[in-house]
Design a protein. Structure first.
Length: 479
């Protein structure tokens, strides 16, 4: 499992690096308004994607006994949901123009909606590969689709596609991914849809649908509200600030997403209890991601100016608050995967709904037209959901509260003081350094201090760090 995780981490981060390079390139070609128009359109499609999938792919990943008849039923349900989602989004595209007061939204929505007709051809084989945690075949598809998407995006941008750049590139990527996933499958799929097992799939899918809808609405909320309360330019700035914070997630999430549900589902089927595995996996994820959010918040100015240029300067002040929001959500990142793995995706609906509602109320109360006030409101809203997520892991995963507190607090005994020292040095000793030097040298020192600190305390990630250090010859293994 460790070898598979390491391989997937490398593969996903090569793809992440390519997509990040693409973001930097497009930031130099496209304007904030171009990005804002696409972002406003993409959030609508994101919501529709939840209905299109209806939890079918998640069901395939966690189902204990997957028969050919059950798979046929899943294919039939996914095709039906995808076709309905396409019709609704394509037909409603003109109405979103009046909502956003932006005429270019219609064309973007229509092109993105076309992808719904093709996505099932890649989604089903992808879910089957993830179910078996087949890193090698998935990596091949990831590599091919990443390269095609990169050059398609740059090509459309240079050709003057403007706000349509990502829409057309996305459609090309869907086609390529669908062909590639079917090509690498060990056995050819029989694309024969049926009604078999729909009752069971719909039972699981209804809970997954609502929880996924909450997550998608939460991701879409900033662009929708800011697009309504402000303009496409500010939506573009916010999108760039948010994508800067999401660099952390881009590094970790693909690997977590690939393994979490199938691995936790298999553990649940074998042991019937997930509390210990949940605490261990959550501690490792938090140990990696939370200090990374701290670094992004401190180095926001340098990151934005070096990667995107001065036209995105307005995004800087929002990044610390968005880092706080992302960190608050990360603490319970594994909870959603864990309850899905035990077949109860509905368990996180309440805390997700509370977070969403709290963000809406906070924005209405705190937003004064600035990016800082908007981002602050989102962070406040996210933190309101923490007690409710804690209740979920206690209720459904049988996690002991005191054990959770210890597991969560222990790593912070390292990254909080290191973060404070780094913040002080960043604004004093490194104040006259070139931005690139701050990022590379300061960032390397920050990471080294964090890793050294983790080696000194008894937390799950310590054993994983030790294994890596032994593997690369930095320290000697136990005899």
């Amino acid at each position: 499992m460790r070898k598979k995780i390491a391989a997937q981490f490398i593969v996903s981060n090569v793809a992440t690096l390519a997509n990040f390079a693409l973001t930097v390139i497009l930031a130099r070609i496209l304007t904030p308004s171009d990005v804002g128009i696409f972002s406003m359109s993409a959030v609508l499609i994101g919501v529709a994607h939840v209905f299109r999938d209806f939890g079918v792919t998640a069901y395939l990943k966690q189902e204990k006994d997957l028969t050919e008849r059950t798979l046929s039923g899943a294919i039939g349900l996914l095709f039906l949901c995808s076709f309905i989602a396409f019709l609704i989004m394509f037909a409603s595209a003109p109405y979103w123009v009046s909502f956003y007061r932006e005429p270019d939204v219609e064309q973007v929505v229509k092109v993105l909606a076309l992808g719904f007709l093709l996505i099932p051809f890649g989604a089903i084989p992808q879910a089957l590969l993830m179910r078996e945690m087949d890193v090698r075949r998935s990596a091949l598809v990831t590599g091919v689709s990443t390269v095609i998407y990169f050059f398609a995006s740059v090509g459309f941008a240079l050709a003057g596609a403007k706000h349509m750049t990502m829409a057309w590139a996305n459609l090309v990527n869907i086609i390529v991914s669908g062909v590639a996933y079917n090509y690498v499958l060990p056995e050819r799929l029989r694309w024969i849809p049926s009604f078999h097992g729909w009752k069971k799939i719909l039972g699981f899918g209804s809970g997954n649908l609502v929880s996924a809808l909450m997550k998608t609405a939460d991701a879409a909320l900033p662009d929708v509200m800011l697009g309504r309360l402000s303009n496409a330019f500010n939506v573009g700035l916010f999108s760039r600030a948010n994508s800067t914070v999401n660099i952390v997630g881009m590094v970790i999430h693909p690997t977590v997403y690939f393994f979490a549900v199938p691995y936790l589902a298999k553990t649940h089927h074998a042991q019937g209890r997930l509390s210990n595995e949940y605490l261990k996996s959550a501690s490792i994820v938090n140990s990696l991601m939370l200090p990374a959010f701290v670094w992004v918040a401190i180095a926001a100015q340098e990151i934005v100016m070096i990667l995107y240029g001065s036209q995105w300067q307005g995004a800087v002040n929002a990044i610390p608050w968005l880092s706080l929001m992302a960190g608050s959500a990360t603490v319970f990142l594994m909870a959603g995967y864990a309850v899905t793995g035990i077949g109860k995706p509905h368990a996180v609906i309440a805390p997700l709904a509370i977070a969403l509602a709290a963000k809406v109320f906070a924005v209405m109360a705190l937003f004064n037209g600035t990016m800082v006030s908007f981002s602050m409101a989102l962070a406040v809203g996210q933190m309101c959901s923490i007690p409710f997520f804690l209740w979920v892991i206690v209720r459904y995963l049988s996690v002991d509260v005191s054990a959770w507190i210890v597991s969560t607090v222990k790593p912070s005994l390292v990254w909080i003081p290191v973060g404070i020292v780094y913040f002080y040095l960043h604004d004093t000793a490194m104040v006259d350094w070139h931005g690139l030097a701050k990022i590379l040298i300061g960032g390397a020192a920050y990471v080294a201090a964090i890793l050294l600190g983790y080696m000194l305390i008894d937390i799950p990630i310590r054993d994983e760090i030790r294994r890596v250090f032994v593997g690369v010859g930095l320290i000697k293994g136990d005899k």
